[in-house]
Design a protein around this ligand. Structure first.
Ligand code: ATP
Ligand code: MG
Length: 260
């Protein structure tokens, strides 16, 4: 099954969608959740899991080792993109200390900012690009990457190995503008793209659907504003797929139709 990237503006509900989707799929299929966000720490809590023993960046020798490899690749004559993994990498090939499996759902962290003045997050972006490109999944395995806010990761090329880009749209005009931008970037990279509305009610859903239709942007599903979700998040409790069962089932059907 596909490798998905979930993106959107800050606080729109990317990690929430990743979690609800992983919980829905994890009832019957294997799902690797890849946390590519170098700042936020809450994804594991939403999943109800502990973080893995170490980040993927740590397993590759740490940030400075990755940075060296990245710089060396940029200095090559044909400026090859840095690669950290073998071709046809399977989920089973990932270092066991880097994935915490709980039943069918596993979580992996690319790496987090750990120290002040430690420099930019380019090494994390480079690892993510390489991982998504080399990971091979079979028919009952999914990879879902949660990203940091905005579209910087599009510039870092993490789309390369992805099959589908899902953008979360909250009830803001900024989200609509960002979706227009992201759709163009996804098209440029020849990637499938659609959006999921989040935190909507009847009126805001109708307005967003109109604004997005005017821009030729396809809406795959809509998640209503839910006090179950915000309440759980407020105290670090995990999310349950049943909180948005219909929207998630609709979304899974749509992804399967588009990607099979
Ligand atoms: N459908 C929803 N109903 C109510 N609250 C929601 C909903 N979706 C998300 N939230 C709340 O919105 C806040 C942000 O959600 P989340 O952390 O998933 O966003 P994000 O896009 O991952 O944020 P960031 O850009 O910081 O990574 C959280 O408090 C979450 O509980
Ligand atoms: Mg997040």
């Amino acid at each position: 099954m596909p490798k998905l990237i979930v993106c959107g503006r800050g606080g729109c509900g990317k990690s929430t969608l990743v979690t609800l989707l992983a919980r829905t799929l994890g009832a019957r299929e294997k799902v690797l959740v890849v946390d590519t966000d170098e700042s936020n720490l809450g994804l594991c809590k939403m999943l109800g899991q502990n973080p893995p023993e170490m980040s993927l960046m740590a397993s590759l020798g740490g940030k400075s080792a990755v940075q060296k490899k990245l710089l060396a690749s940029l200095q090559q004559e044909n400026s090859e993109k840095a690669n950290y993994f073998k071709e046809n990498l399977s989920l089973a090939d990932l270092p066991s200390a880097c994935v915490n499996w709980d039943g069918m759902v596993g979580n992996l962290r690319i790496g987090k900012i750990e120290h002040s003045m430690e420099g930019c997050a380019c090494p994390m972006g480079s690892i993510t690009r390489s991982l998504l490109k080399e990971l091979e999944v079979n028919n009952n395995e999914w990879v879902i990457a949660d990203t940091e806010a905005g579209v910087e990761h599009f510039g870092r090329g993490i789309l390369e190995g992805a099959d589908l880009i899902l953008m979360v749209i909250d009830t803001s005009y900024e989200s609509v503008l960002l979706a227009e931008k992201a759709k163009g970037l996804a098209e440029e990279a020849h990637k499938k793209f659609f959006v999921v509305l989040n935190k909507v009610d009847e009126a805001t859903e109708a307005t967003l659907r109109r604004e997005l239709a005017d821009r030729g942007i396809e809406v795959g599903s809509a998640i209503s504003h839910s006090s179950d979700i915000s309440g759980a998040n407020l105290v670090g409790n995990s999310l349950d797929a049943n909180m948005q069962r219909d929207s998630m089932d609709k979304l899974v059907d749509k992804i399967v139709r588009l990607c099979s």
